[in-house]
Design a protein around this ligand. Structure first.
Ligand SMILES: NC(=O)c1ccc[n+]([C@@H]2O[C@H](COP(=O)([O-])OP(=O)(O)OC[C@H]3O[C@@H](n4cnc5c(N)ncnc54)[C@H](OP(=O)(O)O)[C@@H]3O)[C@@H](O)[C@H]2O)c1
Length: 284
């Protein structure tokens, strides 16, 4: 069944539109003539989105089910339907797992995983009753492979990847598709204001390896994709009318996965550790 009705104006709801990929995605859909519910925690961050025709700026905190429902209700009231949902809101968590507090782990999962659940569960009745739709979750290449000192972030994005693929088995009967986009590095606020750290103690046994990994992370930023390039992949996923589930985007993401496919687990993990200056640790 066609997940998108091509004869009527289409509506997309996007989370996390205050900056970065979400904001670029809102612009991309608006440029294509879609009606856009551009949601964000603080609507004061809407900027030029507030001035675009056919863009509804609405508050939505993915960890707050009442705000999720209010945003969906307002979108349906304004536009009458929701054809696509883009679960983009999220933040990064860097540092050794051992030093992570329960509070920061809960915040990471509440946003990156339960936030996605909250939005999808709340929007499904509308998608089912209108006979279809498409859900695009912004996962990460970090939901398909791993790099040092991101284990908790990886845990959330692997969860999103598995959840997304699994949903298709139960939603196909209603003409609803679930897809995920897996970007590599993207130049956004993600490594700045949207990054939490588990680690502060410079005398901790992890301190030297964390410092090396941070340096390696810093040197990778030159090859990052733009938010607009990532938004293009999201737009393709939402509109290509195929059953494709996984959309890897970014040259670094493709290259990382190609390397991962060529090597066994031990070889891959050792290569990654070496490239992050952590080669003293055994791969066996
Ligand atoms: N940048 C990368 O390298 C990269 C790579 C792969 C995947 N991703 C994924 O891409 C997505 C977007 O990140 P970005 O790179 O565009 O970073 P960004 O510019 O920092 O944007 C993150 C967005 O998420 C929002 N957000 C955070 N917690 C929220 C909550 N509880 N409810 C609603 N919105 C919330 C932020 O809102 P506030 O303004 O209110 O904080 C902001 O709009 C994330 O899911 C991230 O994991 C990013």
């Amino acid at each position: 069944m066609n997940a998108i009705d091509n004869t009527t104006p289409k509506t997309v709801l996007i989370t996390g539109c205050s900056s970065g990929i979400g904001r670029a995605a809102a612009h991309r859909f608006a440029q294509a003539g879609w009606r856009v519910a551009a949601t964000m925690r603080n609507t004061g961050d809407a900027g030029d989105l507030a001035e675009l025709p056919n863009v509804l700026v609405h508050a939505l905190d993915v960890t707050d089910q009442a705000s999720v429902k209010a945003a969906i209700d307002a979108t349906l009231a304004r536009f009458g339907r929701i054809d696509a949902v883009i679960n983009n809101a999220g933040f990064g968590l860097f540092g050794p797992f051992e030093t992570a507090s329960d509070a920061v782990i809960e915040r990471q999962f509440n946003t990156n995983v339960f936030g996605v659940f909250n939005v999808i569960r709340a929007v499904l009745p509308a998608l089912r009753s209108q006979g279809g739709g498409v859900i695009v979750n912004v996962a990460s290449v970090g939901g398909l492979t791993t790099l040092p000192f991101n284990s908790l972030y990886h845990a959330t994005k692997y969860a999103v990847v598995g959840f997304t693929e699994g949903l298709n088995h139960e939603l196909a009967q209603f003409g609803i598709r679930a897809k995920f986009v897996a970007p590599g590095g993207v130049s956004t606020d993600f490594a700045g204001r949207s990054l939490s750290v588990t680690f502060a103690d410079q005398n901790h046994p992890y301190a030297a390896s964390v410092a090396k990994a941070m340096e390696a992370w810093g040197s990778r930023r030159g090859g990052y994709a733009t938010p607009a390039q990532t938004a293009e992949a999201i737009f393709t996923a939402a509109t290509d009318d195929t059953a494709q589930v996984r959309y890897v985007c970014g040259a670094d993401a493709e290259s990382l996965l190609a390397t991962r496919a060529k090597l066994d687990d031990a070889g891959y993990l050792q290569l990654v550790r070496q490239s992050f200056g952590l080669d003293a640790q055994s791969a066996t």
